[in-house]
Design a protein around this ligand. Structure first.
Ligand SMILES: Cc1cc2nc3c(=O)[nH]c(=O)nc-3n(C[C@H](O)[C@H](O)[C@H](O)COP(=O)(O)OP(=O)(O)OC[C@H]3O[C@@H](n4cnc5c(N)ncnc54)[C@H](O)[C@@H]3O)c2cc1C
Length: 337
């Protein structure tokens, strides 16, 4: 089963940080997982890695990194209105979205071009342009790293919420997600309500827009706004948009006219962390080898050679400014290790 030793994680994280893993193993089938865990010295911490696009390594990992390389997708039910598709946790997320579109399975268009793997999608309930993946997940299959048992969680048991699930919080590091089953539509019900999308499609009659066109529109918006990790290392939005009560938002909006907010429910709104960071003067600022991306203040970038510690120090400086001005503590979105 031979674990690899002292492996650089640089090619395995989109921040391009050069941390090392004491042990490393590529998991290509669920059956190979537990024997690899048992081969590591007793008590070794475990870390499940997908595409490394939502993680910041601030030090070497003195345990076993289990890289999810379980691939494959299969239609398990094909009805007149809906289809159930099961995909391996190591599948590339965007390639899977494209495969669904090619087969006319609809519902994931708005999540086009998000980096990472299928197995990580439920972990933070990936979301973009008005859609969250939890709405389309039927079940998550995983192996319990403590007992070695296989489990299957229906979506209702996963605690999906904004950039959150039980896999990210309550059961962090406990499960290795091997496969995800999605429930998709045969007839598209496109979500085009998000301002950027509406604007980009303004000259098209709503009924004429195809799912393929919506996906391409979203890819174009994302390419314009977000840095491609292959060109400038980053992990997407570094901070979550804070959720506050409507009363608190009114108070803030009185002091900071123009502060954008998006409704969450009757009681709460999500406020734009990027706007607050920009207001504090951070947008486009560079500190050594890292900085705040000039076109999107939510994104921290590594221009080359920054350590995880450098990026974390920048994130903390941004958090301190926002806390001072707005009295709000920004919560990081990536996992910091
Ligand atoms: C340019 C850019 C844009 C982005 N845009 C968005 C966006 O619009 N919306 C959004 O939600 N996110 C976005 N992200 C963040 C990221 O792409 C997603 O969170 C993605 O799902 C992470 O996938 P990954 O495979 O790279 O996970 P990793 O970074 O490898 O892991 C992330 C977390 O999930 C855990 N994990 C990974 N795989 C498994 C598994 N199989 N079983 C159990 N736990 C696992 C890890 O332990 C870790 O805690 C963006 C990132 C970048 C770089």
């Amino acid at each position: 089963m031979a674990l690899q030793e002292n492996i650089s994680l640089r090619p395995y994280n989109t921040f391009g940080v050069d941390a090392r893993a004491r042990y490393f193993f590529s998991v290509t089938t669920p059956q190979r997982l537990m024997p690899a865990v048992e081969e590591a010295p007793g008590g070794s911490p475990l870390f499940v890695l997908g595409g490394g696009s939502n993680v910041l390594f601030t030090r070497d990992f003195e345990g076993l990194v289990l890289k999810n390389d379980i691939i494959g997708q299969v239609v398990i039910e094909d009805g007149p209105d809906m289809v159930r598709v099961r995909a391996g946790g190591g599948e590339d997320w965007h390639a899977f979205v494209k495969w669904c579109l090619q087969h006319r399975f609809y519902g994931l268009e708005n999540l086009s071009l998000i980096p990472g793997t299928v197995g990580a999608a439920p972990v933070q309930n990936i979301g973009a342009y008005g859609v969250e993946v939890g709405e389309r997940i039927e079940a998550v299959e995983a192996i319990d790293l403590e007992s070695g048992e296989s489990c299957c969680f229906p979506a209702g048991a996963c605690d999906f919420a904004y950039r959150s699930s039980m896999f990210k919080h309550r059961c962090r590091n406990r499960f290795f997600i091997t496969a995800v089953t999605f429930r998709l539509d045969r007839t598209a019900r496109l979500v085009t309500s998000y301002a950027d999308v509406r604007q980009a499609l303004a000259d098209r009659p709503a009924a004429a827009v195809t799912p393929q066109e919506l996906s391409e529109t979203i890819c174009a918006i994302r390419r314009r706004k977000l840095p491609d990790p292959k060109e400038v290392a980053n992990a997407g939005s570094f901070f979550k948009n804070p959720i506050v009560t409507r009363a608190r938002y009114r108070e803030l909006a009185d002091r900071f006219p123009g502060l954008p907010a998006y409704p969450v429910d009757d009681q709460q709104v999500k406020i734009a962390a990027g706007w607050m960071i920009d207001h504090c003067g951070w947008k486009g600022r560079r500190v050594g080898a890292c900085g705040v991306y000039p076109r999107q203040a939510l994104v921290l970038v590594n221009y080359g050679g920054a350590t995880g510690g450098d990026i974390l120090a920048l994130a903390e400086a941004v958090q301190a400014s926002v806390a001072k001005v707005f009295d709000i503590r920004l919560e990081p979105e990536p996992l910091i290790l």
